[in-house]
Design a protein. Sequence first.
Length: 64
Amino acid sequence: MSCKWLDICPMRRLEREGIIDISWREKYCKSKENWKNCDRYQMEERGERHSDYLLPDGSYVKHR
């Protein structure tokens, strides 16, 4: 099972723009269970605001 937010997650935009690579999607978003460990997913489920630049492991993309 994949994360239910997979298709609308801002990480897809970051992938398209070449800011991050698809390894994040493979490790978290499309994994069998690891998507539950994604900080973005957990915050979304709690209704907490979070940066579009937050990565699944809790670190942030260094953006321009």
